[in-house]
Design a protein around this ligand. Sequence first.
Ligand code: GUN
Length: 294
Amino acid sequence: MAVLIDGKSIAQSLRDEIKRKTELVLSQKGITPGLAVLLVGDNPASQVYVRSKELACLEAGFHSVVLRLPSSTPEVEILEVIKRWNLDTAIHGILVQLPMPKHINEQKVLFSISPTKDVDGLHPENVGRLCLGLPGFVPCTPAGIMELFKISNISLTGKHVVVVGRSNLVGKPITNLLYQKTPNANAIVTICHTGANDIRKYTTQADVLIAAIGVPNRITADDVKDGVIIIDVGINKISDPTTKSGSRLVGDVDFNSVLPKALAITPVPKGVGPMTIAMLLDNTYRSATGDVFI
Ligand code: GUN
């Protein structure tokens, strides 16, 4: 029977620990970690994510700033906000919720964030540091996945990890983390994507499969081998008339179908999702205490 990797409780332990350390650093050094989040537009999923980030900050004892701007906001105004936050000593982390409205140049906005406050790890300086194996900010979802491996005592050395999806938020950074010559990584990594006409050719070779595709229930039993470890990054809302709300969340992996073959698996919800927020708090805490770039 597959082991269920309980991201929710692992994330809660991490958050409790960050809260405890935050109380300590405040009493000993007078520092309160501060996170500023910018949400432009009214994407319903983004609104939920940003609210969760805000509540998590408050629970941890952080200083939290959330700015919600209409989707019509001109790009220059957004760049002004970032410039102000870059200079604000009470803010140690800046996060711009993605996706942004179409008329805004996302890269230009992300590049305007000071790399020392880029707790989302999306600035090219931090992306470059990750590729080079240098210290820096690592994007929260991939960092959370690595933490799940570590806490679950899953050794990756010499394992074949297949990543499905090549996004800047998950696929690319998790690939870069997995092949690093570090005790917690050192894996052999294949990244596959929509350019492959048959992803099954690759996924069935995986000792560890990371699905970050954004397609509900895309990976089924026939796509994996016996004894696989599955990390499901997908959070997809599908309609379900049997539920009160008329919908429910599913991952990129057809959970019930792969379960008999899996050695371990993250559920959706309560798997990878909660880890993203825990790592955002961790990155912000480390930014505030100054131990990121050393
Ligand atoms: N949208 C969905 N996930 C994320 C994330 O991890 N960071 C940002 N900035 N936007 C997102």
